[in-house]
Design a protein around this ligand. Structure first.
Ligand SMILES: *Cc1c(COP(=O)(O)O)cnc(C)c1O
Length: 387
């Protein structure tokens, strides 16, 4: 149920702060994404790092999504949550030997490999463990995702992927590594991408690199184009579900491929961002010389995105049906850091101690980044079927 439809007194029975998870919206979002992908024969791996709450993973797994992992623990968590190993991908610039061996022993679908050195290490460990490893080469396509520089990953200056100048060498290394099987190519250009043209540019680069490998006699079976589809942080109720049709259609239209070539995606944010809100209580109101402050019982320890990369989240006062006087507030948390601020000059109905505030679109990269800094309490949740 949408957060605004819940009886305020009922909501006030739960201790704040907590994440409110609207499982109906999650279900609907997943169904739409899956239907749009299935229709085109596309494979979607859910990027666990966006949210690995147990109930979320159970639902996503039950819908038939694969998993996209960036650590050994995420690989293990996917297996434990019922994702088939044959649908698990493992990316990351710094995979440790222990993490690689774990993934090898589970015989996951693919390692998305980010350097030549990593190829050699996986080959060696696979030999030692008497298994073969399926790998995709992560290529940095030098596509500007037009997003915040902290969440851009596909430019030449970023740390991700095999540098283009080394791909020739990577191809020859692969031919010599007898414990490796090259599945295909992997790309991921960034996150919170709202300009669909970025994905068109990505398709052009994927086509170029695919031909480049095929001209050199390398078979490419899998094209993994990563994730990054953005959501509407400004209007969560108007646009609760990302436009998956338009997104997948771009790839269907612009990716050149044979019927044998598989197209894989790794979506995180677009699947889980909108179903979560962080609910917090106003502890104090304070008027400075130039500012009005709303001091909440939630802070960067519960939702770090604003402090980490100045991310915007819509902030709403709950239960304020008839608009009364509006005030511009700096909405801040209790943590001893100046960056612990959810929004500056936020226009809200005049608020007082005890009012409930919702910070919207917090389902992705919210709970997973929670910390115990200042010895804060473990994060709490309320699921929509509990209210
Ligand atoms: C984070 C990540 C994703 C998911 O990104 P979203 O923007 O949440 O869709 C996909 N693939 C890789 C390799 C990632 O690191």
């Amino acid at each position: 149920m949408n957060i605004h439809k819940i009886d305020l007194n009922r909501l006030k029975e739960f201790e704040t702060p907590f994440y409110y998870y609207d499982l109906d919206l999650l279900d609907e979002t997943l169904s739409r994404a899956k239907a749009s992908a299935d229709k085109r024969g596309f494979h979607v791996h859910y990027a666990l790092k966006a949210n690995f709450n147990a109930r979320v993973l159970n639902l996503i797994q039950s819908k038939g999504f694969g998993a996209d992992c960036v650590s050994g623990n995420e690989v293990q968590k996917s297996i434990d949550s019922g994702f088939p190993a044959s649908q698990i991908t493992f990316a990351g610039v710094g995979k440790s030997d222990k993490e690689i061996e774990l993934a090898l022993n589970h015989q996951i679908f693919a390692f998305n490999v980010e350097s030549i050195q990593e190829l050699l290490v996986i080959n060696e460990l696979a030999g030692k463990n008497n298994v073969k490893a399926q790998v995709s080469l992560r290529i940095n396509p030098n596509v500007d995702a037009h997003t915040h520089h902290y969440i851009t990953t596909g430019l030449d200056e970023n740390k991700f992927g095999v540098p283009n100048s080394e791909l020739e060498k990577a191809a020859s290394v692969l031919r010599e590594c007898e414990n490796l099987e090259l599945l295909g190519l992997h790309f991921h250009v960034g996150s919170q991408i709202t300009d669909i043209n970025v994905f068109k540019s990505l398709c052009v680069k994927v086509n170029e690199w695919k031909s480049w490998f095929e001209e050199r006699g390398t078979t490419i079976k899998v094209l993994n184009v990563g994730g990054g589809l953005g959501v509407d942080y400004h209007n969560p109720d108007g646009n609760p579900i990302a436009d998956f049709e338009a997104y997948f259609e771009v790839f269907d239209k612009f990716l050149e491929r044979t019927p044998q070539q598989e197209v894989h995606f790794e979506l995180g944010r677009a699947l889980v961002a909108q179903f979560g809100s962080l609910i917090s209580k106003v502890l104090y109101t304070k008027s400075g010389v130039k500012k009005n402050f709303l001091i909440l019982d939630a802070g960067m320890t519960e939702l770090m995105r604003p402090a980490l990369y100045q991310a915007y989240h819509k902030i709403e006062k709950l239960g304020s049906t008839e608009i009364k006087e509006e005030v511009n507030y700096d909405v801040v948390g209790p943590i001893c850091e100046s960056s612990d601020c959810f929004g500056k000059e936020v226009e809200l109905p005049i608020s007082e101690r005890g009012d409930l505030i919702a910070i919207r679109t917090a389902g992705a990269y919210g709970e997973v980044m929670a910390s115990r800094y200042n010895l804060r309490e473990e994060i709490r949740f309320v699921y929509s079927d509990e209210v």
